[in-house]
Structure formats: C-alpha cells, structure tokens
Design a binder for this molecule. Structure first.
Ligand SMILES: Nc1nc2c(ncn2[C@@H]2O[C@H](COP(=O)(O)OP(=O)(O)OP(=O)(O)O)[C@@H](O)[C@H]2O)c(=O)[nH]1
Ligand SMILES: [Mg+2]
Length: 456
C-alpha cells in the first residue's frame, strides 16, 4: 500500500513488503542473550518519555546505562520531559541521562523531540516507569543494526498479568486497537500495537514525519511504517509492574487512538461502517414498507420502521464523512477518488435533489388529502420515505456546507506554525552528550550543535 504523505525515503531500501512475525521465547531473563551483540559499533540512543516518574526514572536510567555497558554498546540515555513537577528531570540528570525539556505536552510530542535530539543512528524508546526489561536491549537493537528489520517491537502480551496490565487493556483495548491498526495498513501479523518498547533507525523514523502528540503516537507510527513497507519484527520481552501512577487515561487516550485511525484510514473508520449501517437500515426500511402492520405500535415491523430510517440516515452520514476525510486527508491511502471540490459539489447537488424529492412526496400526500381524495395506499410508508430523503439529503448539504466553510476559512486564515521541538526533520543537529559506554559516538552520530532545549 502506498503512503500518500511523506513516507520514509528509506522505505524503498526495505525491499518487498514482508513482516516477519517472529516471536522469541517468553523468558524475559537476559541469560540467553548473545554475550557480544553484533551492532556494528552503532551509537544507540535510548529515549525515555517522562512525566512525573520520580519514583522510577533514576532507576530506569541506571538500568539502561548498565544494559548499554554490559553489552559493550556505545550509547546515551535521553529523557524527554515536559512538565514534571516532582523533580523527575533532576533525578534523571543525576543518574546520567541527558534531559530535554519539550515545550509541547504529551507522550508523542516528547518522543518526537527526544528522537530528533538523539545522537545515535539507532534509537530505542521505552517508558520511564520500570515496566520494560532494558536488559533485553540487544534483542531490539541487533536486528536493526544487522539490517534485518526496520522496526523491532518488544511485545508484552505473552507475559502480561492482571497486576501488570488491566484486564480491560489486555483483552479488549489492546487487541481492538491492534486489529484496527492492522486493518488500517499496519504490519499484518502485529500482536501488540501498544507496546512502547521499540527500536528503529533515527533518520528512518523522522522520515515518517509523525504528527501525533499523545499516546496515539504508538498507533500512528505502526500504520505509517506499515504502509511504507517497513520490515517489522515483534519479539517477546515481557512487562513488569509499574512504579508510580499510570498516565494512561483509558477513555480519552482510547478515543485519540480511534480518531488517529479514522484520520489515517477514513474508509475503515467511517465509510465502510457507514455503508454497513446504511445497508442494514435499507433492509429494515424495505421490511417496514412492505409490511402493512408497520404503523401498529409494538409489531416487529414497527421497530423496523424506526430503526430502518434511523440507520439509513446515520449510515449515509458516516459514509459522507468518510469519503470527505479520504478526499482531504494527505495521509489516507491513495486510490481513485473524486477531487475534494468535486465531491463537495456532488454532496450539495445530490442532497438538494434528495430534499426536493422528499418534499415532493410529502407535498403530494398533503395535496391528495387537501382535495378530499381517498387517502393514498401506504401513505405512512411514503411519508417515511419522504422523511429519509429529507434527512439524508439535508445531511449531505449540511456536511458540504460545513466542510466548505471550514476549508475556505483555513485557506484564508492558516493556523500559525507550531513553535515546538516536535517539528523535527531529518538533519536536525542535536546536542552532544557524554557517551555511556565506549569513547566515541557512532560513525553517523550528529554534531553537538542543537536548537533543542537542554535543561541543566
Ligand atoms: N514527557 C511526557 N511523558 C509522558 C506523558 N505521558 C506519559 N508519559 C510517559 O510516557 C511513558 C508511558 O506512560 P505510561 O503512564 O507508563 O502509560 P502506559 O505505559 O501506556 O501505561 P502503564 O501500563 O500503566 O504504564 C511513561 O514513562 C510516562 O512517564 C507526557 O505527557 N509527557
Ligand atoms: Mg508504562
């Protein structure tokens, strides 16, 4: 599948689509690791997004530094903080991390800025709450360094327990979002889309030009990478009980994941569900029209006479939104589709015709009664059709009008460019940091100059 937006220029080197779905053993001990990981001397930056993790961040920084040193890896720990009020930044710095203060709040914003500021050619991201086993770092880094994968994900589900992950997340939230991510273009065999333990090449990731600022960053990365044919490898790493309070808010964060998927895949989020609703509604509506007992309260077809029109109208509304989003979304999969302007024109014209047809039907019924003629056969059913036409048509006109006004206002008054460290592009020159293990940065580590804010 082709990405409409700015996919990684490195995607082409990934070769043909292929997503090896290898799950390593579920033992999260480091015993079975290669004692001398083959990483070709790459400099590794481990990015820890951090918001009020005073209870764990220093421990995690030390764990990462130990893992780097134990495996003979050159590297650094970058803590991306934005707004911690519990002294996390100072604790992280004292433990040996380079702390960057990101002006835009949110998990995704922090990670984007951290990755942009990284010195390493290879980046690993992981939480600052001591849930991820950083001693398994080589499992994530090696496939990237050897060029065997573009993205390695440490999967948690195999060993997740009720105490480490709420059952709602384990059995409902994560599988549902993972299914949607796969359907929206993410890696086909993906199991754990919500793991925050991942490794990739810094420049490849920045080339994806991710925009999400919150937790939905996790889904966006997978969908955009999947569409760019990244080779994604999932390895079982396990998941530990968290230290401190979780920052994940099930409702709002789940909603942000869903809206991200809707933006990236409007067909999946709106057009197809809308079409399904409209078809079910049309069947019910047909039943209600055929069955003469429709208007008798309590009869089965009476229910059909309510749900039929309702589902048809709601389904059409969802389809209209999906088609419009697909037409305007710079990131939705490219396919043959009408130009946005032509589509709005069709909505307007089609909507006006539908409203007019509804008014003609209802007007005819009223006229017949007015001249005292016998009530038309199936008058109530015809009234129902008129109502559906007016509502669906009015919906199309309203959608076109709102979208048209919004688009025109954005054209005339474009929003100011964000002043954010997340506006990261390949080539950003990050600040220097003391290497953790070994003396020199990797061959492709960037120079020291940087526009990023480094809190001292
Ligand atoms: N800088 C920054 N970091 C954040 C923000 N929200 C969360 N984080 C960090 O991102 C990591 C992931 O957040 P968590 O609260 O652990 O979310 P989670 O891992 O999905 O949920 P748990 O399984 O409960 O840990 C943690 O290290 C947080 O401190 C934020 O707004 N800004
Ligand atoms: Mg966590």
């Amino acid at each position: 599948m082709e990405v409409d937006g700015p996919a990684s220029p490195e995607a082409a080197r990934s070769g043909p689509p292929g997503h090896p779905d290898i799950l390593l053993d579920r033992d999260d001990s480091a015993d079975d690791l290669d004692p001398a990981p083959r990483t070709d001397g790459a400099f590794v930056s481990v990015i820890l997004p951090c918001l009020d993790e005073a209870g764990s961040v220093a421990l995690v920084v030390r764990q990462v530094r130990d893992a780097l040193a134990a495996n003979g890896l050159d590297g650094e720990v970058v803590v991306a903080d934005n707004g911690s009020v519990d002294g996390s930044a100072d604790l992280a710095r004292a433990a040996g991390a380079r702390v960057i203060d990101v002006p835009v709040r949110g998990y995704g914003a922090a990670l984007s800025a951290g990755i942009a500021a990284a010195r390493g050619s290879i980046c690993v991201m992981g939480d600052a709450d001591a849930t991820y086993p950083f001693e398994l770092l080589p499992r994530l880094v090696e496939p990237i360094a050897r060029g065997e994968a573009d993205l390695v994900i440490g999967s948690r589900l195999g060993s997740a327990r009720a105490r480490t992950m709420p059952l709602l997340h384990r059995y409902v939230g994560t599988p549902t979002i993972t299914w949607l991510v796969r359907r929206a273009g993410g890696p086909p065999g993906l199991v754990d889309s919500q793991s925050g333990f991942r490794a990739f090449r810094r420049d490849d990731l920045l080339g994806l030009n991710l925009r999400a600022t919150g937790m939905e960053f996790a889904s966006e990365m997978l969908i955009v990478a999947g569409r760019a044919n990244w080779r994604v490898l999932e390895v079982e790493t396990g998941y530990r009980e968290r230290i401190g309070r979780s920052k994940l808010e099930t409702g709002p964060d789940g909603f942000r994941h869903l809206t991200t998927i809707l933006l990236l895949a409007p067909d999946l989020g709106a057009t197809l569900p809308g079409a399904a609703l409209a078809i079910v509604g049309a069947v019910l509506l047909a039943w209600a029209l055929i069955d003469p007992s429709t208007v008798q309260t309590g009869s089965p077809s009476w229910l059909a006479s309510f749900f039929g029109p309702a589902l048809v109208v709601l389904g059409i509304q969802a389809m209209l939104v999906g088609l419009l989003l697909a037409a305007y979304s710079p990131i939705a999969p490219r396919r043959r589709r009408a130009s946005p302007r032509a589509l709005l024109g069709r909505y307007l014209v089609g909507g006006i015709w539908a409203v007019a047809a509804g008014i003609i039907i209802i007007g005819s019924l009223a006229f017949v009664r007015l001249i005292g003629a016998q009530a038309p056969i199936r008058g109530s059913q015809m009234q129902m059709i008129a109502l559906v036409l007016v509502l669906a048509g009015g919906s199309a006109v309203a959608t076109a009008a709102i979208a048209g006004i919004l688009i025109e206002s954005l054209r005339r008054y474009p929003p100011a460019a964000p002043t954010t460290a997340t506006a990261a592009q390949p080539g950003v020159r990050p600040p220097a940091a003391a290497p953790v293990a070994g003396g020199s940065p990797g061959p492709d580590a960037n120079d020291a100059a940087s526009a990023d804010q480094e809190a001292d």
